[in-house]
Ligand binder design. Structure first.
Ligand SMILES: Nc1ncnc2c1ncn2[C@@H]1O[C@H](COP(=O)(O)OP(=O)(O)O)[C@@H](O)[C@H]1O
Ligand SMILES: [Mg+2]
Length: 376
């Protein structure tokens, strides 16, 4: 394994060299289907996140890659090789769990070196690689301390060093930052991303936290009920969510009912609340005459006074019902006809900016390209 030889931007190309491939893997526990047919390819050195609510099958998927569970059907490939029923220690993989369980009676150095000792690596080489692994996680000079003498964040880094010390091709991480407070978690997110670039190993990361997924990942797989709902880069997932579940799980979204009147290439033209005309990006399955759901993010919707004069943009009229100052931005809620609501986020730039008044009829506008019809 080379260190520091890759530059930013070289990750995430799954087509280059598959590191991990899942082919239709399923897992049932008695009557419960935990994983219901997942197929995906992870590229060499890629940072892929499995994101979804509790119980959607993230941990079970990770455990099948690591060899802690065997699939009921389907196959896991690592480095092009089918893993079959190979046990964890015979896979080029290491795992960091949420409860990182360091041995309390061993020093930090002994904790990190433990796996190397089990593998029969000689003393000198062990010492060298232990020091190197602790430097990787930016924790030099703590080898002789006991885990209890370190902070939670430092202990988590020792757990990472322990997983990195035998240079796995693939690192599996199951909510490893869950026990840390928010500020430390944010700092560790940046460090994990940097570590992924430096070390060159493939990272497969499990979390239920959308911010964490957006911060670190080359690609995100959003899961629900044992299946992948959508797989893409953070920007793709945010800008082009395929269905309501993904749109709702990543970020905040306005959903409006639209009756589709006409289709024009990649566009759909329809009527929203109260018959107001809208033009939006269609979904794959959008049909003329159907009642569909439009999704548009609050920061893409503007008060007319803030927007450029663009007749081709969508204009919706409603009554301003709520205005909340939130520091970096303000949130406005407009009541549209048919009792729908649309939320607007406006960046706060200048003190004394013109404020719309509650109860007034107000027009909001958005670019047709910023709105999508959903596939369900
Ligand atoms: N060893 C097990 N025995 C029985 N059911 C399990 C077992 N492991 C997981 N499950 C069930 O499988 C589903 C998915 O669990 P899990 O993979 O842990 O989800 P997540 O990590 O996304 O929270 C849940 O319904 C869970 O209760
Ligand atoms: Mg889990």
């Amino acid at each position: 394994m080379t260190t520091g030889s890759r530059r930013h931007g070289e990750t995430g190309d799954a087509a280059a060299a598959p590191s991990v491939e899942l082919r239709d893997i399923r897992k049932s526990f008695g009557g419960i289907t935990a994983v219901d047919g997942i197929s995906l390819v992870v590229g060499q050195g890629e940072f892929l996140t499995l994101l979804g609510p509790s119980g959607c099958g993230k941990t079970t998927t990770l455990r099948m890659i690591g060899g802690f569970e065997l699939p009921t059907s389907g196959e896991v490939y690592i480095g092009g090789q089918p893993m079959g029923d190979r046990p964890p220690y015979r896979r080029p993989v290491n795992t960091v769990f949420q409860n990182y369980a360091l041995f309390p009676h061993l020093t930090v150095g002994q904790n990190v070196a433990y796996g190397l000792e089990m593998a029969g690596v000689g003393k000198k080489e062990r010492a060298r690689r232990t020091t190197e692994a602790l430097e990787m996680v930016r924790l030099p000079h703590v080898e002789r301390r006991k885990p209890a003498e370190l902070s939670g964040g430092q202990q988590q880094r020792v757990a990472l060093a322990r997983a990195l010390v035998n240079r796995p091709a693939v690192l599996l991480l199951d909510e490893p930052l869950g026990a840390l407070d928010l500020k430390l978690r944010k700092a560790m997110q940046m460090e994990l991303k940097a570590l992924n670039r430096e070390v060159g190993a493939t990272f497969i990361y499990v979390t239920h936290d959308q911010d964490e997924a957006l911060t670190m990942s080359d690609r995100i797989a959003v899961m629900r009920d044992g299946r992948v709902q959508q797989l893409g880069t953070p920007a793709e997932m945010y800008e082009r969510p395929r269905n309501r579940f993904v749109a709702d799980f990543i970020g905040q979204t306005n959903f409006l009912a639209v009756e589709v009147a006409d289709l024009d290439g990649e566009w759909a033209i329809g009527r929203a609340a109260g018959g107001q005309r809208v033009r939006v990006r269609r979904a794959d399955g959008t049909m003329r005459g159907e009642l569909a759901t439009l999704a548009v993010r609050p920061e893409k919707v503007m008060l007319r006074a803030d927007a450029p004069e663009r007749p081709d943009w969508n204009h919706l009229e409603g009554v301003l019902e709520e205005a909340i100052y939130l520091g970096a931005h303000s949130q406005y809620v407009l009541r549209l006809p048919a009792d729908e609501r649309i939320i607007v986020h406006r960046q706060n730039r200048a003190v004394g900016e013109e404020e719309p008044r509650l109860g007034e009829t107000t027009v909001v506008v958005f670019d047709p390209a910023a709105a999508t019809l959903l596939n369900d």
